[in-house]
Design a protein around this ligand. Structure first.
Ligand code: SOE
Length: 396
């Protein structure tokens, strides 16, 4: 007989590729390392291929399968729908789930367009009136060093923010023969480097500074306009077939930005930076100091305190592995390192805590919409010779 009297949280997940695996791992591990107020139950996994979804459910630890997301949403044993599909299906699934009274966790970017994101944010606001809650998966907020950076800025440790430098650099399509996958198809992905990884640094800068990006001047480029069509694609790699097809998204995005607190920023997102694998590089300069972070050294945050005497001042390398640091106490003894997957677990943990008390989890769909509006402003600016473009919904 079970002695666990915590209320059950029935989980249903749509999709089981790269992000599906990351979220499954998080749902499996969260209750093993963190004390949760609800009991997550990995009830149902959904995917279109009966064979594929059955195999994935077995490997990833899901109890049952569906091949139609509408059936998953309709099930009584599902309280929360986790959407880990490409962007072109986010809006339809998330809105339907919220309207059916299911909480939603949706992968980033929230949608493929501002119109879709607005509909999703509106649905989330309506659902919240009935205690049904939605969150968007900007997971990197929960890397402990990044959470610590946000705490330090909020505590005034570097003063008022003057400048940010944000880069997200990868190289997985730098080879012109790397296969054409859904991530290079505007219909399915919405945009290229801009939405896929630029969205992360937009969210991270807004999260760490607590400010909004209010205006941008952008530049987008597609270096390789045609590629061999992928015959099989999983994660970020696949087999190139003999047919060729067009790349319909940007390969690289750069933009200048203004922040609501008076600061300025430069942003760069590319999947063509040979040698950079998953380099999320953030530097924030304030009136009293600076912070610097690189995901390729994710357990470290650099802090420069400009109020220290000049003869001793220097960047301090904080190894973010101590119980005093965000999330770390639940894991290993002090000094042991965390990795890519841990932030997904932290995301699941925070979401469960919010649901248990009926609080709005962060980032909300409104936060996702705010990011989408920045991406949209960059695209509009780039299409108009990089003209300065105001971000909708931000102070003029
Ligand atoms: C591919 O560029 C990708 O998987 C992104 O889609 C993720 O959001 C990022 O975390 C890692 O890279």
């Amino acid at each position: 007989m079970s002695t666990d009297e915590r209320p059950r949280l029935g989980l249903g997940m749509v999709g089981y590729a790269f992000m599906g695996r990351a979220h499954s791992q998080a749902w499996r591990v969260a209750p093993r390392f963190f004390e949760l107020p609800l009991r997550p139950d990995m009830a149902v996994l959904c995917g279109r291929s009966p064979q594929g979804v059955a195999t994935a459910a077995r490997t990833l630890g899901w109890g049952a399968v569906e091949t139609d997301w509408r059936r998953l949403i309709a099930r009584d044993d599902v309280d929360l729908v986790d959407v880990v599909t490409p962007g072109d299906t986010h809006a339809e699934i998330a809105v339907a789930a919220l309207e059916a009274g299911k909480h939603v966790l949706c992968e980033k970017p929230l949608a493929n367009s501002v119109t879709e994101a607005e509909a999703m944010a509106a649905a989330a606001r309506r659902a919240a009136e009935h205690g049904v809650l939605a969150m968007v998966g900007f997971t990197y907020r929960r890397v402990p060093a990044i959470s610590l950076a946000a705490q330090l800025v909020a505590e005034g440790r570097i003063g008022r923010v003057r400048q940010v430098r944000a880069q997200y650099l990868q190289d997985w399509i730098a080879d012109p023969e790397a296969p054409l996958s859904w991530r290079l198809d505007k219909q399915r992905a919405g945009s290229g480097a801009l939405g896929d990884i630029g969205a992360h640094i937009v969210d991270l800068v807004q999260f760490i500074t607590g400010e909004s990006i209010t205006g941008v001047s952008g530049l987008l480029e597609t270096f390789v306009t045609e590629r061999p069509v992928a015959e099989g694609f999983s994660g970020l790699s696949g087999t190139a077939g003999s047919a060729r097809g067009p790349v319909t998204v940007d390969d690289a995005a750069v933009f200048l930005a203004r922040l609501s607190g008076g600061g300025i920023g430069t942003f760069e997102a590319t999947r063509f930076a040979w040698g950079r694998k998953n380099a999320i590089r953030l530097e924030v300069n304030g009136t009293d100091g600076s912070l610097a972070f690189d995901f390729e050294d994710l357990n470290v945050l650099h802090l420069f305190d400009a109020t220290e005497p000049a003869r001793e001042a220097g960047y301090r390398r904080i190894v973010v592995t101590e119980p005093e640091h965000p999330y770390v106490a639940a894991w290993w003894p002090a000094g042991h390192m965390l990795g890519y997957e841990h932030a997904f677990t932290h995301q699941a943990v925070d979401l469960v805590h919010a649901l248990a008390v009926g609080a709005q989890p962060a980032p909300s769909f409104d936060d996702g919409l705010a990011v989408q509006r920045v991406l949209d402003a960059v695209e509009r600016s780039a299409a108009d010779e990089s003209r300065w473009t105001t971000v909708a919904g931000t102070p003029a």
